[in-house]
Design a protein around this ligand. Structure first.
Ligand SMILES: Cc1cc2nc3c(=O)[nH]c(=O)nc-3n(C[C@H](O)[C@H](O)[C@H](O)COP(=O)(O)O)c2cc1C
Length: 215
């Protein structure tokens, strides 16, 4: 059966993105938008979920959903396995892109830049803040590698639990954080009749330059 979605469309009328309301610093603007998204997006949508795109050694893009865990002066942080597919792609090519979609606000933010591993102490601190199950899971699950079965994963988890019984669980060496240092951000606000607002910020010699883009 063919699937046609051609008639699915919504008119976006919630808000606008006026030039005089746009901030000079896109990272401050991102914080504002994230704050508003946290108040607007309700479960099951998590305001800090985003699509992360990376590129493999053959130039092919790969995209998956991750959770943003922070924005510091250095950049946007997220966590995962360093030997996962994304980890290997980032090791070979640090260029990456993140896209946030906040449907309740009719907004999208795109972030582009280079990714590096987070300082090990920061990864340790985040790892230690995770639940016991998540910490055990980081040890038990060889992220992105094939598993014989669901049962195989569950038995890896049981073995990991036994191995660490009564002990503090250290962060696995191959699990940790990344930081994307932004070079470009784009703020998109849906508007009526597809005449959306797009504000593009590019870092040029340490200064953010802003341009309005055609929708
Ligand atoms: C809502 C949601 C949140 C997720 N958060 C993370 C995350 O923070 N870190 C992570 O490694 N994977 C996360 N995942 C799983 C990834 O989408 C992906 O399956 C995993 O990272 C392996 O990707 P890779 O094989 O390209 O490395 C999340 C998935 C969803 C749907």
């Amino acid at each position: 059966m063919p699937l046609s979605l051609a008639q699915m469309r919504r008119n976006y009328t919630l808000d606008g993105l006026q030039d005089d309301l746009a901030l000079d610093d896109p990272l401050t603007m991102f914080r504002q938008w994230m704050q508003q998204a946290r108040q607007t997006e309700s479960a099951p949508v998590e305001a800090n979920s985003m699509a992360l795109a990376t590129v493999d050694s053959q130039g092919r893009p790969h995209c998956r959903i991750l959770l943003l865990k922070g924005l510091s002066d250095e950049g946007f942080t997220f966590f995962g396995h360093y030997q996962s597919d994304k980890g290997q792609q980032l090791a070979g090519n640090p260029n990456a892109a993140m896209t946030f979609f906040w449907p309740g606000l009719e907004r999208q933010v795109r972030v582009e830049g280079q990714v590096s591993r987070l300082d090990p102490q920061l990864s340790d601190a985040y790892f230690d803040s995770r639940s016991l199950a998540s910490r055990l899971g980081a040890w038990a699950s060889p992220q992105s590698r094939p598993l014989a079965s669901r049962a195989a994963l569950e038995s890896l988890l049981v073995e990991t639990g036994k191995r660490f019984v009564g002990q503090t669980i250290p962060r696995p060496e191959d699990w940790g954080g990344y930081c994307l240092r932004p070079e470009r951000l784009e703020f998109w606000q849906g508007r009526a009749d597809r005449l959306h607002d797009r504000l593009d910020y590019r870092l040029q010699k340490g200064v953010w330059e802003r341009n309005r883009l055609a929708p």
